[in-house]
Design a protein around this ligand. Sequence first.
Ligand code: AMP
Length: 115
Amino acid sequence: MAETIFSRIIRKELPADIVHEDDEIIAFRDINPQAPVHLLIVPRVEIATVNDIRPEQAELIGKMVLTAQRLAADAGIAEDGYRLVINCNRHGCQEVFHLHLHLIGGRQLRGLAGS
Ligand code: AMP
């Protein structure tokens, strides 16, 4: 797959406001936040879209969700709630083709109707 801006952030070639790092996952603040809390949880391995996730990567995807769970708690938004989103391809409005989970919260979000 073509390299994206997220690979350069992972390699620390580009700056980002990193809130979590481990051997498999990095999380940083979205540069164009849609809510007071808007984090991106990104696997280090290059996976272009949800369509490209392989069965043996199921544990990694689970770890992304658990990382989001912890970051939401750390941000103090777990109780009020938040949204986890993965956009896929054109109809899903995916812009960066390196898999990432959006963690969005810190205000009342609107329903998905009409989105
Ligand atoms: P998506 O539409 O799901 O592919 O979302 C891509 C997200 O990456 C958007 O919310 C962008 O604001 C965000 N983004 C793009 N470039 C950067 C960057 N350099 N640092 C942080 N977030 C970024």
